[in-house]
Design a protein. Sequence first.
Length: 134
Amino acid sequence: FAQTTLDPAEMRAWVGPAPDFHNIDETYLQDAMWRLAHGVQDLDDTMKATGLDDAAREKRVLVVLDDMANAATNANQPGTKKSHKNVAMNIDKLINDIAVAKPAAEAHDLGPAKALPATCLACHEGGGGGVQKK
């Protein structure tokens, strides 16, 4: 095989313009917020479930808390903190509240996990739907 080199301009003509990552931080934040919202709903559903014994409830709460911790960490990025004042002011508290809820749940205390939805009210109005406070 003969080795050839491509001129960058020629390569650009083949593959098109460079991608625009302008809204990537916003997309990651929206994904993280949806995951957190689903986590809050899963916690509520788990707490209200009638067919679970205490051990199964605690196990499910721990799984949900792990996913919420991951989502909150994804929301805690410099770009999102810079462009979203509510995230900048409140995400660290949410991360801390999740971190407190996990060992409590491991010790059979689901109270901190039950209280997590209240942390969301720092940024969002009550009543569901994710409406942000102004």
